[in-house]
Design a protein. Sequence first.
Length: 264
Amino acid sequence: MSEVIIKVDDLYKKYRQGGNDLQILKGISFEVKPAERIAIVGLSGSGKSTLLHLLAGLDKPDAGTVTIQGENIQQLVEKELCRLRNQSLGFIYQFHHLLAEFSALENTAMPLLIGGMKKSTAMTEASELLEKVGLGGRLKHRPGQMSGGERQRVAIARALVAKPACVLADEPTGNLDEETAAQVDELMLDLSRQLQTSFIVVTHNLKLAARMDKVFELHNGRLERRPLVASHSDDADAAEMMVRLDSDSAIGATKPSGKGLFNQ
Ligand SMILES: Nc1ncnc2c1ncn2[C@@H]1O[C@H](COP(=O)(O)OP(=O)(O)O)[C@@H](O)[C@H]1O
Ligand SMILES: [Mg+2]
């Protein structure tokens, strides 16, 4: 396995809107190592989804490169890019994007079937993973027959089933109530450890962000590293870890930092 799973080098992206250029990303560079978990926070509209799209090769940067497991994705033709996405990346979105006509089992097995795996093997692997995410009793359920939290668990199983090197998650718990979101977050963290999968998670959930290995804030088109401050108390509230935004204040604290995420 290569030492670096994803290498992002000096990415720029602008959108042309009503005759004006909206410069969204202004030189983004970072690396994701095997099993590393990275959180990206930032104001709505700061370009987080744009960045994930570029990482997945779903859109092209104006400048800069994205290298996934040693392959510069800009140099791949669409077919190769699809293969790379299928083998190396998993995706979790805010809305589950499960296929309504298919069961939890079929939805989970989909990346394996697309990757050419024999159906019976794919179903066995998918059911094992659904068991792991606590849905062993929901294999035949369709998305419409499951709760929001259950649907996101299926989405997580689908993202991980092909054993990707890295999962890209765009506000994966943004559509869930707080308690369900906490359970789903726990599951993602747990599986990333068990399966040694790298994660890049865009999130507004600062408790989740603080439990990742690194936190970046996307601010004015640049990624700025935010240090983590952890409390080691066992008490759940007191143990809430915080992401420090600057030397005076912390995410999760009441005092705004005066810039970036809390300047809204
Ligand atoms: N296809 C597009 N054309 C024009 N502007 C876009 C397009 N996609 C996103 N934008 C703009 O780019 C900015 C960043 O969008 P996005 O990456 O979705 O932000 P975030 O995910 O951080 O909320 C927003 O201001 C949005 O309006
Ligand atoms: Mg977004």
